[in-house]
Design a protein around this ligand. Sequence first.
Ligand code: PLP
Length: 427
Amino acid sequence: MDRNDELFERAQRSIPGGVNSPVRAFRSVGGSPRFMQKASGPFMWDVTGKKYIDYILSWGPMILGHGNPEVLRAVHEACDRGLTFGTATEPEILIAEEIRKLVPSIETVRLASSGTEAGMSAIRLACGFTGRSKVIKFEGCYHGHSDRLLVKAGSGMLTFGHPSSAGIPAGVTADTIVLEYNNPQQLEDTFRSCGSEIACVIVEAVGGNMNMVKGSPEFIHAIRDLCTRYGAVMIVDEVMTGFRVALGGAQSVYGVKPDLTMLGKVVGGGMPVSAFGGRRDIMNMVAPLGPVYQAGTLSGNPVAVAAGLATLRLVQAPGFYDRLTSISRRLTEGLTEAARSEGVPFCADYCGGMFGLYFLPKVPTRFSEVTRADTAAFGRWFHHMLDAGCYFAPSTYEAGFVSIAHTDKEISHTIEAAREAFAALKA
Ligand code: PLP
């Protein structure tokens, strides 16, 4: 039993399942989660001193790598001025201005502390603005754990309100319609049947919570067109993709202009910052201007905003996203080639600094395809990689991430380790 196992056993006595967020547990791959003690650049070290190349990056935020000195300096300086005031501060204006500049569909923006809050608030706002109550989301898309959005999909058919978590009253999700991702026809049929009741459509334009699944341009533009035609609000959830797949987020990749956008992860540079923003006429409905209530004791916290602002400034360096994308490309091409040479059915895809690894013969386009992945093979591969010091997400339903701090050396090490891991699958 090593120190990770010891800590895991101890953690389970005081914390449900030993973790403070379920994705951290190794439930689907088995074994003890690693307890990390420090991180720097592309690396993390666990409590035994073992070093890992980090492809989770705190589930997305650490796009600069861990411990970027400029971000740390900004945080330290902010701490020295005070941890929180619960008042308006100037840096909140600066980060709002930066967000507006980088994501032009955002005319005004409200800060919160988690992606869940941003999603919950965006939905409430869309309903308040339209005076309607139905919300369309897509199978396999995750928008945080607020009650109305925590609805699982049916079998690719219209599913009206089946809560996917215990404890959510059926009435709360009765107006949530779950449709198949990348199925514009089904979306159009739904609008035709009840378009005047639909407040909003919420979507991850590049899905990152069913592994990585890219929306087809046809699908994303169909959402835009139908929302416009029926007076519904289009919400693009960029909590994961914002400043990650491109400087302007997934909306810039698709050339689509949502009515509202949710941000999180990178926008906080590793601290709790999220945001929702968009059309001024819609945002003007938010309290104190309008009747849609939304608030937060620590919203716009000065230390968190300092980390986010420093990060947003650094990602604007010339060539940043070209470099980030080339790191993802090298990694995914190398892994695909290693699997091919070992005869393992596997493929991979990427978008900016985000990637998907699939134990499937071809890249999936929807949730039902993702569920066909060979999870047993993935579990063995995952543990082999972990032993070799490569820390990937412990699930076939998660996307992976690279940072600008990942160098050729780490990518080469990972590809070599993966070659052995693929070979071991045949043993
Ligand atoms: N939306 C998306 C696309 C996410 O990936 C996540 C978290 O992974 C969330 C919303 C929820 O964010 P948070 O965990 O900060 O509440």
